[in-house]
Design a protein around this ligand. Structure first.
Ligand code: ACM
Ligand code: ZN
Length: 755
């Protein structure tokens, strides 16, 4: 063959594979696909070399049995290597490395692994390569794989405090982690709304603390409740069963026992551990509550006793001690707390929290364990050996790594699976946010801000599943699938955002697996997504639509799109107010829900805008342009079109391009106390013709904004202006008695419309 022909054939081969990549998630580190297949059948023998453990083989056989109705026999020596799966485990006692090699040849499958984890992962890969459902032949394509994970913490969290999920579902959840080679299950066991772990020494924790009189219905903002008794807990026997089940799948269960905040259920059972003495009820309302453990000796004795039982149940190196969202309100007004601050020479209540965590760390370290806590444990100084779980962005994690502390990255922006994953209108009620599969996939756990040495402290990444708005196992499945698949590849270390399309092609093939297993997954991936960008024309913005495939149809007259509506071919220039509705169609059939985007085109739309302070990374991806993109933030669901400032003021300057008459400016702002979002103190408009000298023309006070439900509408005498400045000062600190009291307020702003 001439070399040109070889190149051509190789290309052809590659194209064939790139069109239908093997549905492997996470993608292996090295993978070479070969010609031909191995055919697995009842006669295939598993040939065990020196494998010390049969658990991995048992689990593979369980899979075969449930998927295809047969199991494979094992043997120590076979007359012939034909039709065998040959296993070589280098060191069966090695329980650290997930390294493995998998060779699928026409006549034999070979697995080499460092330890039993690698063997387990090789079988997971094999399972993903087998056909879904019963087929005439179980063909596995020939391939050579060399694989190992990049990060040691590939986690999923589950909050069982807000809603309780039975043991059977917890096992399913662990199966999902195993399927994607994740290795850490962070089990959030205690909350204001329920204590879920049996502690023999303190029976009231579950007799009282596991039950609440009712729950919130609908969104927090609606403040509605039912009066149904709700609760549940896991017995120690059940917990042992779960931990053992996870262990077989090489998953570590990290329990979280929250302190000092999020502890109202415990205080309802033992009010003497609080500052005020109570009485308390197990909370019905979501959010952040003021009553937290008082750092007195009785509290430490209680927590040490609780943790002693926890340590007996969970062999994990790390114990999660919470540490997040713990208001200092009660401590400020508590004589023993203030006396302790004096006695220990602490500066303030933040240092008192730090003292609290350090004492618990000392206790756990003395038992040979390490603590991990949410990034608030940085405030007032980190405990000497603590690991940090960075959730309010990646900043806390970066700071901790620079201080040589281990870090798990779980920023709200990419790793919170309680956020919306599609157009909020088409989704079940969620807390807020907007985190698509693609967004999750784009996450990079190791920030570029870290040196190579500092980067070693990044243990990995984790998806968090807070369940205020998920009260059934099916709903949890819907929120995690398929986003956890994207995160699994990120944490395995083989994600590549520039090849998102390749990931998506593999993922869509997994949807059939979900269907075969009866997993309730989200199809939001097929939804048309949109992006708006500045236009180079004088007026308006450019609206870009995207779906998984070509086939978007849209309307601009308010009617719902059909297969014969105009086909989307290129980005749309939107230069007048209108509503665009779009959906994805295949073979004349509608395949996605309709997305709907109203545009409000005014004199400021698409114009140059600059901000004095930058918005927070979690709520500011679109940057300043968000304020003039023609799309007003959805008032109910603050997921998308807003930018958020944490503790900072908003000051925006818009360049209208030329001098013109203006007489009205409208600004949208948001309030949501449960999410710490407050209206600004006021909103003020200033105008200028040269961009230097600004004149104030109107100001609206917060009272009026409240009356207008978040719309700051400012009409004034006609002015000549080329520049418009809008100032909206942050409300400052969250007032006493509100969720998050004492913390900085968030300020959420959207469209600035100039007429
Ligand atoms: C958290 O989401 N409060 C850690
Ligand atoms: Zn106190």
């Amino acid at each position: 063959m001439t070399s040109r022909l070889i190149v051509f054939l190789v290309l052809l081969f590659n194209i064939a594979f790139s069109q239908n990549p093997l549905p492997l998630i996470p993608k292996p580190k090295e993978l070479v696909q070969k010609e031909g297949d191995f055919v697995l059948n009842k006669g295939t023998l598993i040939l065990i070399g020196n494998s010390g453990s049969n658990t991995e083989i048992k689990l593979f056989n369980q899979f075969l049995k449930s998927a295809y109705g047969f199991e494979l026999k094992t043997t120590n020596n076979s007359k012939s290597p034909l039709n065998t799966i040959q296993i070589q485990v280098e060191n069966p006692k090695d329980n650290q490395s997930g390294e493995y090699e998998l060779k699928v040849l026409n006549s034999q499958i070979q697995i080499f692994s460092k330890g039993n984890i690698g063997l387990f992962y090789a079988f997971q890969t094999l399972e993903q390569m087998l056909p879904i459902g019963k087929t005439a032949e179980l063909k596995i394509p020939c391939i050579e794989i060399k694989d190992e994970p990049k990060y040691v913490w590939r986690g999923m969290h589950l909050d069982v405090g807000r809603h309780f999920f039975p043991k059977e579902f917890i096992k399913k959840y662990i199966d999902y982690l195993a399927m994607y080679k994740m290795n850490t299950f962070h089990w959030h066991l205690t909350e204001d709304q329920g204590w879920r772990i049996e502690i023999k020494k303190y029976p009231k924790l579950t007799e009282v603390g596991a039950w609440r009189k009712g729950s919130m219905v609908g969104h927090y903002n609606d403040q509605k409740f039912d009066d149904k008794k709700y609760g549940g807990f896991y017995t120690q026997e059940e917990i042992k069963e779960i931990v053992a089940y996870a262990k077989e799948r090489h998953i570590t269960v990290v329990p979280e026992i929250e302190m000092p905040g999020h502890s109202q259920a415990a205080l309802a059972a033992y009010p003497e551990l609080s500052c005020t003495g109570g009485p308390f009820e197990v909370a019905m309302q979501w959010g952040v509550l003021d009553d937290v453990y008082c750092p007195k000796e009785a509290t430490f004795e209680f927590l040490e006793n609780v943790l002693t039982e926890v340590l007996d149940l969970f062999p994990s190196e790390y114990i999660h001690i919470g540490g997040d969202e713990s208001p200092k309100t009660r401590w400020k007004n508590c004589a023993p707390c203030q006396a302790l601050i004096k006695k220990e020479g602490l500066k303030d209540e933040h240092e008192l929290q730090s003292y609290f965590i350090r004492r618990i760390e000392k206790f756990l370290n003395s038992k040979g364990r390490q603590i991990i806590g949410w990034d608030e444990i940085l405030e007032g100084g980190l405990a000497p050996n603590a690991a940090v779980m960075s959730w309010r962005g990646t900043e806390g994690g970066i700071a901790a790594a620079k201080q040589k502390h281990k870090v798990v990255m779980t920023p709200g922006s990419h790793c919170y699976f309680d956020h919306y994953q599609g157009e909020p209108k088409n989704e079940p009620v969620a807390i807020g946010g907007y985190t698509t599969v693609e967004k999750v996939y784009s996450f990079e756990p190791t920030s570029k801000e870290l040196t190579e040495e500092e980067a070693k402290y990044i243990l990995g990444a984790q998806g968090n599943v807070w369940t205020e708005y998920m009260n059934t196992p099916e709903h949890v499945e819907y929120m995690i699938m398929p986003r956890m698949a994207a995160l699994a590849e990120v944490a395995w270390g083989t994600s590549d955002v520039s090849k998102y399309q390749d990931f998506q092609n593999r993922l869509i093939q997994h949807f059939s697996v979900y269907e075969a297993k009866g997993i309730n997954y989200s199809k939001a991936l097929f939804e048309v997504t949109s992006k708006v960008s500045p236009s180079d024309k004088e007026q308006g913005v450019v609206f870009l639509l995207k779906s998984t495939k070509d086939g978007i149809h849209f309307t601009t007259d308010g009617t719902n799109p059909t297969a014969v509506s105009k086909k989307y071919e290129e980005p749309l220039l939107v230069s007048q107010s209108q509503t665009i509705k779009a959906a994805y169609f295949e073979d004349g059939k509608q395949k996605s829900a309709v997305i709907e985007q109203p545009f409000f085109i005014t004199k400021s739309t698409g114009k140059k805008i600059s901000l004095e302070n930058q918005p927070h990374g979690n709520y500011g991806i679109g940057g300043s342009f968000t304020l003039v993109d023609g799309m007003r933030g959805n008032m109910e669901k603050y997921g998308r079109d807003w930018i958020g400032f944490w503790g900072k003021d908003m000051e925006a300057t818009i360049d209208l391009g030329k001098k013109q008459d203006v007489s009205k400016v409208t600004v949208d702002v948001l309030t949501s106390e449960g999410s710490w979002i407050y209206y600004p103190k006021y909103v003020e408009v200033l105008v200028s013709t040269d961009g230097k000298m600004f004149r104030s023309v109107k100001r609206v006070a917060v009272e009026e904004i409240i009356q207008q439900k978040g719309m700051a509408s400012m009409t004034f005498d006609k002015q000549k202006a080329k520049y418009i400045k809008v100032i909206a000062p942050n409300a400052g600190k969250i007032p006493e008695g509100k969720p998050g009291a004492g913390s900085d307020c968030w300020l959420f702003v959207d469209e600035i419309m100039v007429e």
